[in-house]
Design a protein around this ligand. Sequence first.
Ligand SMILES: Nc1nc2c(ncn2[C@@H]2O[C@H](COP(=O)(O)OP(=O)(O)OP(=O)(O)O)[C@@H](O)[C@H]2O)c(=O)[nH]1
Ligand SMILES: [Zn+2]
Length: 346
Amino acid sequence: MAETTNPVLAQLGWRPFFSEQVTPEQRGSCQPVRVMSVHRGRVTVSGEGIEDSISSKLPHGDGAEKRPTVGDWLLIDRETRDLVHILDRASLFKRPAPGDQRRVQLIAANVDTLFIVTSCDQDFNVARLERYLVLAGEVGVRAVVVLTKADLSSDADALVEAARALQADLQVELVNGRDPSSADKLARFCGFGQTVALVGSSGVGKSTLVNTLTGSTNIETQPVREDDGKGRHTTTVRQMHRLAPGLDGGGWLVDTPGMRELQMSEVAAGVTEVFDDVAAITLDCKFANCTHADEPECAIRAAMADGRLDPARVDRWRKLAEEDAVNSGAAALRRSRADKGRDRRR
Ligand SMILES: Nc1nc2c(ncn2[C@@H]2O[C@H](COP(=O)(O)OP(=O)(O)OP(=O)(O)O)[C@@H](O)[C@H]2O)c(=O)[nH]1
Ligand SMILES: [Zn+2]
């Protein structure tokens, strides 16, 4: 398809995964655009020769995942600019809708790399990093641990090692988020057509990093004027930021409140991926349903005893696996919340 070589689309992240989904009929009547931000009933989109706000209503079919979200690729009618189709997503961040656990809230689509941001000072926490790695594994994006505030720490190298030990071949970058030359270490993930997103606790330096990577002084003040479809102009905040041109012609950075708040939803696939070594050892337990507590011939206890497995790591694996089982039902989830509340009150 011609669009694969179109530089405007390529810069927006268009690639064979998307172009291959377009049928010959759609090629004639539709054009692909990427969602830059989402508002009530409307989305702002960018494509070849188009920067516009369009209705986010699909002609047929509804349901949670049938709504466009930030980062989505859409096919729109060349003439009417009506939304025709949402292309399958290469990756999708979602969570249970706040206040209604049965509904799904979409957060961002087609992210290539997730920056898991933590700082060298008080925030560094192995269990939290592991949770984010599980999330990245579940969504299917490449994870990069970004350790900020390198300039404030004297034992940063030890933290880098601790983070690297979490997963084979895990990328860990130590940066001073305020210093562009230091943040340049992240450039190889931010190149032409690439999309990155950040997660991490409050205060670890996400905004600082976003400002440095986009070459802007304040991301909060990048309004876009857009037509609300009724002839009025409203001012909204962009959710996909162009990365600094110095970073190889620019990729994209998704920064939305939903993304920042993201913790974990259901972690099924992810837990086994991050803890694949632990999962492999459980296969050697005598009983398939071993709880690794006091059963005879338990491979997990044996591995802890002879030093092959770190008991603290096994403990975290257990907690995540339990949470996983609980999360698989919304009712069960509410029960667990109630239990946790009760525990805290004890
Ligand atoms: N010395 C130093 N300070 C940093 C670095 N990164 C961030 N800071 C400072 O840490 C504080 C918090 O940084 P923010 O970028 O606001 O953190 P955040 O993660 O966006 O926090 P929320 O907006 O609450 O989510 C600010 O005072 C930053 O200037 C760094 O690499 N080195
Ligand atoms: Zn066992």
